[in-house]
Design a protein around this ligand. Sequence first.
Ligand code: PEP
Ligand code: CO
Length: 451
Amino acid sequence: MARSWTPSSWQSLPAAQQPAWPQRPELDRALSQVNSFPPLVFAGEARSLQASLAQVVAGNAFLLQAGDCAESFDEFSANNIREKLRVILQMAVVLTYSMGVPVVKVGRMAGQFAKPRSSDTEMIGDLSIASFRGYIVNDPAATIEARTPNPERLVQAYHQSASTLNLLRAFTKGGFADLNRVHEWTQEFVGSSPEGQRYESIASEIERALQFMRACGVDTENNPSLHQVDVYTSHEALILEYEEALTRQDSLTGGWYDCSAHMLWIGERTRQLDGAHIEFLRGVGNPVGCKVGPGTSSDWVLELCQTLNPARIPGRLTLISRMGADNVEQELRPLLRAVHEAGHPVVWACDPMHGNTFTDPSGHKTRHFDSIIAEIAGFVRAHKAEGTWPGGIHIELTGEDVTECLGGADDLTSADLSTRYETVCDPRLNARQSLDLAFRVAELIRVSAGH
Ligand code: PEP
Ligand code: CO
């Protein structure tokens, strides 16, 4: 494909899932504001993430991509961000310690605001109103006014992303993520639970290992990898005008980077090969992802790889499989084989959330913890059978003690869902369920690798 690419070349192609912005002048004003703002991330950081993902491709590292389904303008606080980071750090410790490989940490954070929807409208009583498309577009309140897309939200999304990223950088580089504080990442409600206790024992072993290193004369004080971590940001690149407004030319390489996040992905509903989303992401230098759902053919996947990563750069492309627990093994195996045989270097990650969503009799959209684990188990089995590396997981979670997904250590039931059902979009694992999941994933991969 020799078609030339520019940050706006997507505009001549059909773009699925775009909001019906009511006023063009207001939209243009908001976009030119965003365009005049500083980049949120730098090209060099995106390249570092790509280099780490190349290690995942090689089977030497594991990807943990996690965060909210949709970040909220209303639930925006330091507390909220810190709690989410805590869970991600805890999961990463469990995975690193148990699997013995580095964990590449990528948040669905600092920009995960836009949501694709299966229907443009929803019925509230007799009234048909526009669907909620994420805070970057409209407000979830069930009124016509709240649901009208408002371009001012693009500007607010930028500012909230900047503040979130600022805090993430402070937490990860400024002491909070120091391995000497590994015990402090446990929250009260997790600490007393069985998975909390299991975490505590790993934390104590890490503490002893650090003491041992110091006793042997290793300078642990001045080794930054013990005191800081890299947590990268990512979101679904859905609202292409916003992404274009943050796309900048790197002065070092001359390449274009989407500086709204380190990594961007294309969702299940916007992955048309001749569509605007793939066109946009094929031209930016960031590492990119694409969801791969049930019914996907090998030919399609190979064409996707060729379009998004023609130069076959390891770490550039992550394929995020979201097949559903029942289908994953049979759906995935031919795809793993085809990509492997074609020699395309990809990260294979498992999103065990989006293929396992259903509406509970109580009316809540939910997922069962057991189906989530079952999908990861099937994903790992498929890789084992094909001789490929189950490179990572892609999870919707929160640091709060919510009741949105069924099952888990607390064995949440249908009757529990309404206790703390707070998500503005899909149901998320709470902190205990997330930690439990990390232990299970580490075990599944260890067993599969024959360790
Ligand atoms: C999501 O990741 O929140 C999402 C909407 O996923 P998918 O595109 O796989 O349905
Ligand atoms: Co979701």
